[in-house]
Write a protein that binds this ligand. Structure first.
Ligand code: ATP
Ligand code: MG
Length: 206
């Protein structure tokens, strides 16, 4: 349990299938810009929106662990992968709020912001934590602003937007590259790359 007053914690959720520099850059940039004391990475166990998660939750957890080990401001939580059923962000946030005495910020890429009204109990979720949307290539600024305004009109909560160096990296593309025997070097930390090859991950489409 964190005890410090005015403690600010960022939560970075994702399937991380696998984790890559796009994830790490948004977490670090948001941490610095919003003066967060920590960012906790929360790999999803069973994702409600994705049927196609390819590798085991323990491998995804291990890869996140390897990716963040050199950053003392980053942590990982197994709160979602410890569950055997599908998990929803609202339930995770409620549980985390009971365990962490801090102001909580939820960090997402802007593609996730466009989908936010499909999340379970999103209105309540938006009232429980401050959402920070970081720019991601492929998402039009106008579309994003419209969505944020619409949410503000309907829910009365303002989603914060922040511009970060844009990296056109996705886990989907990395998985495709591994399958096609293409290089993934410099798209993700070397230790994660080594882990993928040592366990022969992503070679066969599940
Ligand atoms: P997939 O291609 O499997 O969907 P992904 O690269 O989108 O994977 P996720 O695990 O789905 O990664 O994303 C977790 C969070 O990180 C989401 O909020 C997503 O918007 C954000 N994110 C992922 N990649 C980037 C990126 N390159 N730039 C900004 N945000 C990103
Ligand atoms: Mg995604």
């Amino acid at each position: 349990m964190y005890q410090k007053n005015n403690y600010k914690v960022g939560i970075m959720g994702g399937t991380f299938d696998p984790i890559h520099y796009g994830h790490l850059v948004i977490a670090e940039q948001v941490r610095e810009r919003f003066l967060l004391d920590k960012v906790i990475f929360v790999p999803v166990g069973k994702a409600p929106h994705k049927e196609g998660v390819e590798v085991d939750k323990f491998d995804r957890f291990n890869m996140v662990k390897l990716a963040i080990e050199s950053n003392s401001n980053f942590e990982i939580s197994s709160i979602e992968i410890d569950k055997h059923k599908k998990t929803y962000t609202i339930d995770t946030i409620k549980e985390l709020k009971n365990n962490i005495d801090a102001e909580i910020f939820f960090i997402t890429g802007s593609d996730a912001i466009l989908m936010i009204d499909t999340w379970k109990d999103y209105k309540e979720l938006l009232s429980l934590v401050k959402f920070i949307g970081a720019t991601r290539p492929g998402v039009k600024k106008k579309q994003l602003e419209n969505k944020i305004n619409e949410i503000y009109r309907d829910v009365g909560e303002k989603i914060l937007l922040t511009s970060i160096p844009k990296l056109e990296i996705s886990s989907t593309d990395i998985r495709r590259r591994v399958k096609n025997k293409k290089s993934i070097k410099y798209l993700l930390p070397e230790k994660v790359e080594e882990y993928i090859y040592s366990k022969s991950l992503y070679l066969i489409k599940k």
